[in-house]
Ligand binder design. Structure first.
Ligand code: COA
Length: 258
């Protein structure tokens, strides 16, 4: 079954595997606001559709999974709208994480910024050989705002997470696997994700649901609030204007610390 969305392809096969393909290949699948709305609608549907047993998220084209939030949209943000944008992204990615069916990212190229954050909100991650992960936000004068400051530390530990976030360093598939950022690297990430799902779905469905719930059980989510507050504040800095202008003008930024 296939359903029509403008910026995302959403298809479910007879095997009960839904494939969610972020579909803006000419902008490397960057997450604009309309696209995030579609993603939220799709995951609300996935949560209630009993025919869907597991989900794969991937990106259209052969270059990118998702190259981040859409930088041209980010530029319009101020403190208040920046905080709301961060909270909105956090909530949608939380919806993905809260799905009690296995959600696997098939990372087929660049997974930067919001793209890395989207992959980290999935329960498991398979990378193709050309996958590249990074949180380059500080180079734009902001910080990761869709849960990245929290989830990266949870996945690879605080020291390595801080190094990636503070330097904006990008890591390729094999290094990401060594760090524990991805579960595996494969020639075809989607095929490998399907094989992994096949193994999972042989097990008791209630046990699988409960295991996901237990693993994610956590008492505190206050780190997400701090992330959204700081994201909003940074949206009003001159450095943020300079960082995003530099990307769009295809030049190096000159930050002033203001
Ligand atoms: N937001 C908006 N547009 C983006 C984008 C983003 N995050 N990432 C890529 N694009 C657009 C580019 O502006 C370009 O559009 P154009 O053809 O209209 O000029 C198109 O996608 C192709 O990207 P381009 O930069 O030409 O490809 P590349 O192969 O030279 O570089 C990347 C690929 C991923 C290294 C580079 O696109 C990049 O650094 N993107 C931004 C990553 C980022 O900072 N993400 C975090 C955002 S918070």
């Amino acid at each position: 079954m296939s359903q029509s969305y403008q910026l995302i392809n959403f298809e479910t096969g007879d095997d009960g595997i839904a494939v969610v393909t972020i579909n803006r290949p000419n902008k490397l699948n960057a997450l604009k606001d309309d696209l995030l709305n579609e993603l939220a609608d799709i995951f609300k549907e996935i949560q209630v559709d009993e025919d869907i047993k597991a989900v794969i998220i991937t990106g259209a084209g052969d270059k990118a999974f998702v190259a981040g939030a859409d930088i041209s949209e980010l530029r319009e943000l101020d403190d208040r709208s920046g905080r709301m944008t961060s909270q909105k992204g956090q909530q949608i990615f939380q919806l993905i994480e809260d799905t009690r069916k296995p959600v696997i990212a098939a990372v087929n190229g660049y997974a930067l910024g919001g793209g890395a954050e989207l992959a980290m909100a999935c329960h498991l991650r398979i990378a193709s050989q050309n996958a590249v992960f990074g949180l380059p936000e500080v180079g734009l004068g902001i910080i990761p705002g869709y849960g990245g400051t929290q989830r990266l530390s949870q996945l690879i530990g605080r020291a390595r997470a801080l190094e990636m976030i503070l330097t904006g360093k990008q890591v390729k598939a094999e290094e990401a696997k060594q760090m524990g950022l991805v579960n595996d690297v494969a020639d075809d990430a989607e095929d490998a994700a399907r094989a992994l799902i096949g193994n999972i779905l042989q097990n008791g469905p209630i046990a699988v649901r409960s295991a996901i719930k237990a693993v994610y059980h956590s008492d505190t989510r206050s780190g997400y609030q701090v992330e959204a507050d700081l994201f909003g504040q940074l949206c009003e800095t001159e450095d943020f204007m300079e960082g995003t202008s530099a990307f769009l003008d295809k030049r190096k930024p000159e930050f002033k610390g203001k």
